[in-house]
Design a protein around this ligand. Structure first.
Ligand code: XMP
Ligand code: MG
Length: 180
């Protein structure tokens, strides 16, 4: 698996440091609230568990699964709800946890859904932000790293469902797209 990686962008230590930094900010900003934390499956699960353990606030965790990539390296353009959250977010402060904001389609879809359901506030914490990929306006409030315009895998991020369990974020060798 490691042989398929061209270069490591963010090491385990880099990620731990980012989780600590974001956790401090979130702790300060949500001190007097009990947010519903919505983790976007499956990519954000690794980041969610690490950043939440650095957030010293009462929270409730929920999960949403939306799909737009069909397992490849490019967004299909259409976002579809695969598995909904189980809580009522009406009147609640909501914090979305994402692995990466690329075109912005996924994030906009989820934010619109939560606003339709009358969430009191909706904020976004993402490990990675790839502004070069943006097609729709979508802004994250808390960002771990701003990434270059390359397809990245690891620490939750996948290519065809694989590589999520790499402990770091890296750039996949282009030959993998061709041969796999
Ligand atoms: P959009 O384009 O909707 O993308 O902002 C959000 C979702 O698409 C996946 N995604 C990626 N996954 N490497 C990945 O492994 C990437 O470079 C990448 N870009 C987007 C990701 O699941 C994210 O939640
Ligand atoms: Mg995702």
């Amino acid at each position: 698996m490691n042989d398929d990686i061209e270069r490591v962008l963010y090491s385990q230590a880099d990620i731990a440091e980012a989780c600590g930094r974001l956790g401090k900010q979130l702790t300060a900003d949500y001190q007097d609230k009990v947010p519903v934390v919505i983790s976007v499956l499956s990519g954000a699960v690794f980041f969610t568990t690490d950043v939440l353990r650095q957030m010293e606030v009462y929270t409730q965790i929920d999960f949403i699964d939306v799909s737009s990539y069909n397992g490849g390296t490019h967004s299909s353009g259409e976002v579809r709800l695969v598995t909904d959250i189980s809580q009522d977010v009406s009147g609640r402060d909501v914090l979305i946890i994402e692995d990466i904001v690329d075109t912005g389609r996924t994030l906009k879809f989820i934010i619109d859904l939560l606003k339709d359901r009358h969430a009191k506030s909706v904020k976004v914490c993402t490990l990675l932000d790839k502004p070069a990929g943006r097609v729709l306006e979508a802004k994250a409030d808390y960002v771990g790293f701003v990434v270059p315009d390359e397809f990245v895998v690891g620490y939750g991020l996948d290519y065809k469902g694989e590589y999520r369990n790499l402990p770091y974020v890296g750039v996949l060798k282009p030959k993998i797209y061709v041969n796999k």
